[in-house]
Design a protein around this ligand. Structure first.
Ligand code: SF4
Length: 259
């Protein structure tokens, strides 16, 4: 949803064209830190110490780094430092011993129809210690004034919990591990409902884009970091038509792969 709002053409390349960028350092950091933290919370509460976490980091971090997609970062010290910081900061931000969580409430999958849209979400953590809370970990920078954009995801999870499981989520939480920041908000019914409505509007608009074969390229500062810049007619007048064999060849040459 956020990608569609950011740029329709980028959404087209990513989700309809199925083009995937090579994993970035940020993706490797996020995926490996998430895996290690999941393993920490799968332990009995009393065993969730920093020492054990570092052992889990060695075991699961090493295993993840050997996967083909993360292998390019195996000798990248900056990535390793970021992952270790994320794990250590978890213990600065909360005491894992006192977090009450069931194993089945980690990486919890939700699949539900929301306003006619087949919604799928994977919730990092759902806790029920007096307050029903959905939590998502982030390894990126502090969101600053963009925090409301980041909260869209846990609000949609809260709506999915209500729609699929009839569970009321009291609070949504984002834990920015590397930025050492926790953001919590009481679940606001109006925001939650409006997120569901935005999802339906985005779905209808994207269906219309498919019918029209037309996607809105929104030139912005993030274009400098966009993997599709070379094949984007809004940034490059000589770019081939998106979706054409010529465009596909350029993307393959750039090292992207297609699902
Ligand atoms: S370069 Fe900019 S306008 Fe073009 S697809 Fe990427 S984000 Fe969209």
């Amino acid at each position: 949803m956020s990608l569609y709002q950011q740029c329709g053409l980028k959404f087209y390349f990513s989700y309809l064209g199925g083009w995937r960028e090579s994993p970035t350092a940020a993706l490797a950091t996020g995926s490996i830190a998430h895996e290690v933290i999941e393993q920490i919370y799968r332990l009995p509460a009393q065993e969730r110490t920093l020492e054990t976490a570092i052992e889990l980091l060695r075991e699961h971090g090493g295993r993840m780094m050997r996967k083909p997609e993360y292998k390019p970062f195996e000798s990248n010290n900056a990535v390793k430092v970021q992952i270790r910081e994320a794990v250590e900061n978890l213990f600065r931000l909360e005491d894992p011993v006192h977090v009450v969580v069931l194993p089945e409430h980690l990486e919890m999958e939700l699949t539900v129809d929301i306003n006619g849209v087949n919604f799928f979400g994977k919730v990092d953590r759902f806790t029920t210690d007096g307050i029903n809370r959905v939590t998502d970990y982030k390894t990126g920078k502090s969101p600053g004034r963009y925090i409301d954009d980041k909260l869209a995801q846990p609000y949609l999870y809260a709506l999915a919990f209500k729609t699929q499981l009839d569970i009321d989520i009291d609070e949504v939480e984002l834990i920015f591990l590397n930025a050492q920041e926790i953001v919590r908000r009481p679940t606001d019914q109006a925001i939650m409902i409006s997120m569901g409505e935005k999802l339906a509007v985005m779905h209808a608009d994207s269906k219309q884009d498919v019918i029209n074969s037309s996607w809105d390229a929104r030139v912005q500062r993030l274009c400098d970091y966009c993997a599709f810049e070379k094949v984007c007619p809004a940034r490059n007048p000589d770019a081939p038509v998106p979706g054409s064999p010529e465009s596909d060849i350029v993307l393959l040459e750039l090292g992207l792969s297609q699902r």
